[in-house]
Ligand binder design. Structure first.
Ligand code: DC
Length: 236
């Protein structure tokens, strides 16, 4: 499909498969994939490593603000994957642990953290032709995105998916903890003051509780073809 220079915003609840979907869609359409959640995870890992997350889970936000000047996060592509780097260090694995997941929502609720991340997201996407996933991409980061998709799925299905993902990475999660973390993050993400998670008025809802990736992609490409009057390239 010959896709015009568009930005596609994919938002939704935790563990709805946004990243897998956005990645697969970007590959199919020949667009760049950007994972905004990875940036918040990168800032959270930074805060944890600097000792700025207190025992009670609260954040030393003044020290975090001061330390952000020394943080440089960027994505590098390797074997079709997009990996997050802090300077020269690949931190893709470290940002996906349950510990980082446990602290990322409070960190991402801090207004100056959101400004810091938003600035970088805009700079990464300045060439356009991007599929970006997150919580506020269609509402705040790119309110003029040409296509907005809001993803949702049954919470038990989501917890199981996240559980399987962590197991596949060699971690040993407890399903109830995963479900609890997911509920907590959804609550904080949708109740914070700045850029809460919510569905943009012009977003298309994708409930993938019982859909395969192929079905999700067929739904999205059908939507894109209709919206931009595109024709599938003929196959010989
Ligand atoms: O998509 P994810 O689970 O990797 O995101 C991690 C956290 O980052 C999530 O709990 C909320 C936050 N986030 C956000 O506040 N805004 C975004 N655009 C993306 C993620």
């Amino acid at each position: 499909m010959n896709v015009p220079d568009i930005i596609i915003a994919v938002d939704g609840y935790s563990s709805t498969g946004k990243s897998s979907f956005a990645k697969a869609l970007s590959a199919r359409l020949g667009l760049l994939y950007l994972d905004s959640g990875a940036m918040y995870r990168g800032v959270t890992l930074h805060a944890m490593e600097k000792g700025l997350v207190r025992e009670d889970g609260s954040i030393d936000s003044e020290a975090l603000r001061a330390s952000l000047g020394g943080l440089e996060l960027h994505f590098e592509r390797s074997a079709g994957k997009s990996l997050l780097y802090s300077g020269a260090r690949c931190i893709e694995e470290q940002i996906r642990t349950l510990e980082v997941s446990a602290h990322v929502s409070p960190v991402s609720a801090i207004p100056f953290v959101r400004e810091w991340v938003d600035e970088r997201l805009h700079s990464f996407a300045r060439e356009g032709r991007v599929v970006m996933d997150g919580r506020d991409i269609g509402t705040t980061v790119f309110p003029d995105a040409q296509l907005k998709i809001f993803m949702t799925a049954d919470e038990k299905v989501r917890a199981q998916r996240r559980f399987d993902e962590l197991c596949a990475k060699g971690q040993a999660p407890v399903l109830e903890d995963v479900l609890e973390n997911l509920r907590e993050r959804d609550y904080i993400d949708s109740h914070r003051e700045v850029s809460p998670l919510r569905q943009a008025a012009d977003a298309f809802v994708l409930d993938n509780s019982a859909m395969s990736m192929e079905e999700e992609l067929a739904w999205a490409t059908g939507l894109i073809q209709g919206r931009f009057s595109l024709l599938e390239a003929p196959t010989c």
